[in-house]
Every structure is written in C-alpha cells, then in structure tokens.
Design a protein around this ligand. Sequence first.
Ligand SMILES: Nc1ncnc2c1ncn2[C@@H]1O[C@H](COP(=O)(O)OP(=O)(O)OP(=O)(O)O)[C@@H](O)[C@H]1O
Length: 752
Amino acid sequence: MAPTSSEPISIQSFATTQLALLDREIDLEKSETSALLSQSSPKFLQRIGLAILNLQVTNQRTGFGGKTVLELGLDTAVGGTSGKSSGRNLGSKGQDNAVRGGKSSSGGKKSRGGGKSGGSTKGGPSNAASVADDSDGGELPEHSLRTGDIVAVQTQPTGSAKKKEKAELREEGVEGVVMRVSARGISIACSKEEVEMPGGRLWVVKLANDVVWKRMTKAMTYLQSLQSSSYTSLMLALFSHVPPTIPSPSSITSISTIEWQSPNLNESQKRAVVFALAAPTMALIHGPPGTGKTTTLVEFILQHYKRNSDSRILLCGPSNLSVDNLIERLAPSRIPLIRLGHPARLLPSVLNHSLDVLTRTSDAGALVQDIRKEMDDLQGKIRKTKGRKERKEVYGELRDLRKEFRAREKGCVRGLVEGAKVVCATLHGAGGSLLRDVKERFDLVVIDEASQALEAQAWVALMSAKKVILAGDHLQLPPVVKSVNSKTQSTSKEMKNNSEQKGDGEIIKGMTLETSIFDRLLELHGPKVKRMLTVQYRMHEKIMQFPSQELYDAQLTADESVRLRLLKDLPYAVQSTEDTTQPLVFYDTQGGDFPERADEEDEDQKSKLSISESKSNEIEAALVFSHVKALVDAGVRADDIAVITPYNAQLAILSQAIKSEYPGIELGSVDGFQGREKEAVIVSLVRSNDKGEVGFLGEKRRLNVAMTRAKRHLCVVGDSETVQKGSKFLKSWMGFLEEHADLRFPNVGDLS
Ligand SMILES: Nc1ncnc2c1ncn2[C@@H]1O[C@H](COP(=O)(O)OP(=O)(O)OP(=O)(O)O)[C@@H](O)[C@H]1O
C-alpha cells in the first residue's frame, strides 16, 4: 500500500458518513428479514432452520440482570424429530460468504460448535458444557438457532391462520435472546421484564439481531455530536489532526534490555512489542497468517502491565472467540482480568473469569444470589397460579424483588469491573451498560483481529481510550457486510479533502463500511505506523512462497520447525506416497472436461433468502474425493484434513460425497476457514467456463485465506485456463503452481 499524506479527516463528517452507511446496511438487513418472515410459512422457516415449531414452556426462572428465562421443549403431545434444515443463517448473506472467524483447536486455538458452514449442527450449542437436556418431549428438529440470537416466542398459528400459510409476525408473544441450546430444549432470556406468555402451542423464530448495529449507531452518533474541544488526543491522532504519533528511535527500548515473558519470541515479534510499548497513542501489529499475532499481543500486554501496573486495559476483538483466545493465553500470568459477556457464549476455559461466575462466587455476590433464589421461587409460583388477581399479586412482589436484585447486582458488578486491571469484551460488548457505569476510563485499548471489525464497531471501544494497539492482517478477508461495494460516491482522495465541517458534517465520498480501522490507518499513515511479524509457524515453505511473494513483499520466512514438514512426517504412521511427500499439488482440470454448473436450488426459495447464484462442479468434486481417499489410505487422519471452496453449492456436493465416508473431515467455505489451519487442505476452485468468469475467486484476500490454511500439504483443484483470465493475481498464481507445484492433469475417465 502506498503511503499517503496524512491529511486531517473531519471527525464529524466521518461519523456522519458512517451513520449513512450503517443505515443502508441496517435497512438491507431488515428488509431481507421481514421479506423472509412475511412470505414464508412456519413450516418453511423450520425447514430452513430459522424456526422451531411445536414447543411448550417447561420452566421459567430468573437470569442475569433479573431477566425472566423461559425454557422450552417439544410439546409432549407432538414429540419426536421432524424436518431437516439447511441451516442457513438469517441475517448472514446467504451467498458464499459463510460465517467467519472460528479458529481450530489443532493450532492451539479453539473453535465453537456452530462455526462450520454448509450445514446445521443438531441443536449445536456454542458451549456444550453449559447446556442441559432439560425437556423430555423428544429431540428438537435440526435448526440454526444459536446462543445470542434474537428470537420471538409466539403462539403457533393453527386452523384458519395456518391455512393462510404465512407466518405473519404478530404483536403478541415475547422477544428474547437465546441463552442455551440443547438437543431437547432451548432457553430464552426475555427482553421485557414482565412476561405474559402466549397460550397454546408455541413456536420460536429467529429475528434480525440489531444490538450490534444499535451500538455502532450510538457510538457514531456520539462522535458526530462532539464539539471539537471534547475530542480526545487519541481521536485527534486517529483522524490525523495531529501528526502521526510514531515513536522516536530514542524512545524505543533496546530489545536486549527487556526481560521477555515468553522465551521463544522471534526478532520481528520483539520489535513489534517494543514499538507498541513506545507508541504514544497508537501502533499496528501486522500479523500475516501463522506469524504469532496473539503470542505477540499477549507479550505486549504483560510488558505494558509490568511497566504501568496502575493502568487499566480494555482487551477486545470482533468475536467472542478472538477475545477468549487471548484470555486463555493471558490467564496463566495471573494478571487480574475479567471477561464481560454472556457465559453461554464463552469458552469453558475462560468461564472462571466471567462476570456472571464472579458475581456468583464473590462475597458481594452472595446477597445477590439470595434474592435470585427468592425470585426463582416466585417465577415457579406464577406458572402454577391460575387466577388473574393472584397472578397480579405475584407479579407485584416479583417487580419489587427485581428492583432490589438489580441494585445489588449493579453494585457487585461495578466493584468487580473497577477492580480488574484487564477488562475483556467483544467490541460491541464494550458498549454495554456495564462499562458505561465504570467511572475510570481505559488507558489502553487492545484490539485483536482489528482488520475483521467494522471501524464503527472499533469505536464502541475506543471512545474514551488514551492509546490503542491494533493487531490484524488487512490482506485477509474484511468484515462481512451485506452492502458490499456500497460506497459513498467519489474517491478516497476526495474523502480527505471533502470533509469540511458543516452542520452535522458532510458525507465523505468514497468511504465503504467494510473498511476497517486497521486498513484506514494504514492508508492514512502508511507502513510507518505498523510493525510486521515475518516468521510464520504454520506452513511448509513451498506453501508460503506465493502469498509471501505476492502479498507480503517476500518478507515471510518459515520457521525451521515447519519449513520442511510433510504429511509423511506426521507424528503417527503415514506411508510415503506421491501425495504425502508433496507439500503443494495442483490438479489442473483445463480442457473443458470439468465444467462448472449454476446452482439449481429452488429459485423461489433462493430469492427469499437472497442467495446469489452459487456454482458447483461435480466432476471436480469427484477429483477432490479421490484425493481425500488417497490421503486417508496413506494413513492421514480424516480430522487432519479440510476441504474448502468459495461456493456453497460445491460445498453441498462435497459434503454429500465425503461426509458419510469420512465423517472426521472438515468441510467449509473459504470465508468460514479464516483463522483456521489443518495439516492438509484441499481447495476446490470450481470455476471452469469459456468466458473466464471467476466470481468470488477474483477477491485476492479470499484467495490468500484459501492458500494459507495448510500446514504440510496444500492441494489445489481448478481449471487454470479459466482461472488465469480472472485477474493479474490469479494469472500469476496459476503460473506459480505450474512451475512449483506437483502438477497433475487428471483424466475424467479415471474418476468412477
Ligand atoms: N516465537 C515463537 N516460537 C515458536 N512458536 C511460535 C512463536 N510465535 C508463535 N508461535 C506459534 O505459532 C502458532 C500461531 O501463533 P498465534 O496463535 O499467536 O498466531 P496468530 O497470528 O494469532 O494466528 P492466526 O494466523 O491464526 O491469526 C501457535 O502455535 C504459536 O504457539
């Protein structure tokens, strides 16, 4: 990226523009959701995984914040499992950008149950440890409802309403957040305090989750409203109102004088830590795939804490997993930390640091617990009370108790949060009421995976910070938005010049929502604000070579421990074959024998889900299957292999072919595999046509993710003739593979 002049950007105009872009995104999401809900029958919504029918309340109790929690199971009069779902997520762009984020446990990082794309997980909770099978009405049908989703609980339409075959969302019923999911039950924390349950048989349907959007909108509205005299020094630096705050060479401590906490840090990691320590207001740590970004951040936090033990740190990431991965690595150092966020969304290993657990186990929490118990007893009483008058009385008692509960809980929580040196939360979690009440501000905000967060999301955490350290890689995939390519008119140069401050600020032309703060600061200030990590600990050097050359200025080196690792060297018995001795294989399907096909999904259903046309390639899938078979026959364990593709339609075909035979193999979209790694990865490129159309493959950052997931063996399957026409980058990749990979020209006749 070419360094550009650091001209100031109007903060007000920035916020105004972000608000306009956010509005557009929210409108798009809302209209998609309401179109789907209003045009579909409950049965259809259940079939596609967005609803569960035939439910009843099995229990009612008090949750965190005094909220009523409803536990639902299948109505015993119905029972059993019915219907299969395709598991598509409402609110996720139904195209081939599947869920992003999850990291694999194989690389020392954990993944959550629902992170895979291409199919639903049976009642798959994100945190199995916290889920109980609490209903005996039978197993729920397959669905895609997950902890944290916003849902409505309503009386299921019957008789004439059913005949209308439309699931118009009605006024009655309650809205809430999914707290727990198990094979037999689902718990929902109601949004309103007083809950009058609708009668009869119930159904639960997923709604659009606008909490994250609301927090971003609130943050941008606040920024827009600020008088320039109220701008923090960090704001002035991040919008270039003061010169970029680059640490002077004299302020950078010599690497040799530091007592490192981690004994193995490489030079580039050490340089990044000292740069971040010396930076007065901001620093970027650029971590290409497998280069130890998290390791470096953890070392930085420990060093910072050692030097500033009074300072308070806010540690954030765009996803729960990004935050938990950091906590797992920080926790052994015994630094006092607290994790905000619903416990059901956290990794079991970090639960002991969660606010919810600490409010239960701390001394101040004991009193809160007593009131919670009383409230639970009353909740139970409500369910058994039939008379309206009697119920009203119990509700009255409950209301008084709830007030007391909240006051005590608030006091307890404030004590815990203010006492912690490191507060950990997702970026939008940092905008919750718990932190709003904390008087002290944060001296330092650290954001991991900052290149995967919308800038408005980052500002939720940054509003009162004094210094920020961002870690990320702008050359991998950016955050997912529906309004892709939607930008305010004009160029990014004008964006800087056009930002005269007038009224609420002008719209800055050329800005996009998906530009992260990491990208923007790099573009604004150039590479002088970052330090790049250059030793990677994942890939065989041959796998690393092309992305390093093309994207990272040939600066990456493979650590000695991984440089020459092959499948045959796995720490279990693997035969030496033509596959297990090759780090890089390319099956070139050129010649027209492996044609792509447009997805034949039900057109009507597709338009309801706003799924863009997906592509598949059946013969290519057969080739992938035969390669998987060869690897497994050679002794490679199925769970060390992943198959990824940019196309959902191809994923469906691959799943059908591979899953029954090799259940351990992970199949996913390229987007869903960001942050993950496997010993062997097979990439199915799908596109094969005369016109040279490459669709999703045209995105360099997607290809970068696809080609950097494998540790010991990367196998690419694709039609070089088609693919090379897509872009200069693709042409150069095809050329590289031709020259450096074990090149194979498959014969359709050999594939049975
Ligand atoms: N200096 C080092 N010496 C040896 N191993 C290291 C070093 N730094 C990182 N690693 C290892 O490299 C792997 C990746 O490290 P880490 O999880 O910190 O990287 P990351 O950049 O956050 O990963 P990702 O690419 O998935 O975002 C881990 O297994 C880690 O133990």
